[in-house]
Design a protein around this ligand. Structure first.
Ligand code: DLZ
Length: 193
């Protein structure tokens, strides 16, 4: 039974382009959250080629990465065929950060998911990062008009994190909710445009 989160709505994600940025801190929790997010995107019909995953060191870096990834995808779609790439814009020396896999759509991202796990320590670090990242992600979402799904756990200890990543027996993987939220918001945003 699903008695806490929203009753899931299934929307058709085929044709949507979704960007995911995840932090690398607390990797054992991040991994299942990322897997849960991707699983629900795929189940909703988003093609593997239309899911772009990037990483940043920690949650603090999520807002700037999400913002740049989205801008790059806009430039990429408006300059398609001109020879310039989003990778040029971002100064990537290795790969185009929004690189188009075979069969991928070319438009800007329809939604982005920011995934991080902040676990409270002994100092005020947690409070500052949690507050700034939340505000930063909301700002990117409102400034760009693109849904940015808040996939950041702000928890007091490892057990709370595990319980939200579906690792503990009987626990729910919140990443699944984030995948569904990304598709729902991407689809609804198109109809609200
Ligand atoms: C420094 C730090 C600490 C103490 N804890 C976390 C955490 O629990 N989760 C997380 O995602 N990142 C953490 N970081 C790293 C910061 O987010 C950031 O990457 C660094 O301060 C460099 O800007």
């Amino acid at each position: 039974m699903h008695n806490k989160g929203p009753i899931p709505q299934l929307h058709d994600g085929s044709g949507l382009r979704i960007g995911i940025v995840h932090a690398r801190w607390n990797e054992t929790i991040i991994e299942p959250l990322l897997a849960g997010t991707k699983a629900k995107l795929l189940e909703s019909g988003v093609s593997e080629a239309n899911i772009v995953v990037q990483t940043v060191p920690g949650s603090w870096e999520l807002p700037i990465a999400v913002q740049r990834l989205y801008s790059a995808s806009q430039v990429q779609s408006s300059s398609a065929g001109s020879g310039s790439t989003a990778g040029d814009l971002l100064g990537s020396s290795t790969t185009d950060l929004t690189s188009l896999a075979a069969g991928a759509s070319t438009g800007p991202f329809d939604a982005l998911v920011a995934i991080g796990v902040l676990i409270k320590g002994e100092t005020m670090h947690f409070e500052y990062i949690s507050e700034s990242v939340s505000q930063g992600l909301m700002r990117v979402s409102l400034d760009t008009g693109v849904p940015v799904i808040f996939g950041v756990l702000t928890v007091l200890n490892d057990d709370q994190a595990r319980a939200r990543a579906g690792i503990l027996d009987g626990s729910h993987n919140h990443g699944e909710d984030w995948g569904l939220a990304a598709v729902e918001m991407a689809v609804k945003r198109k109809s609200w445009a």
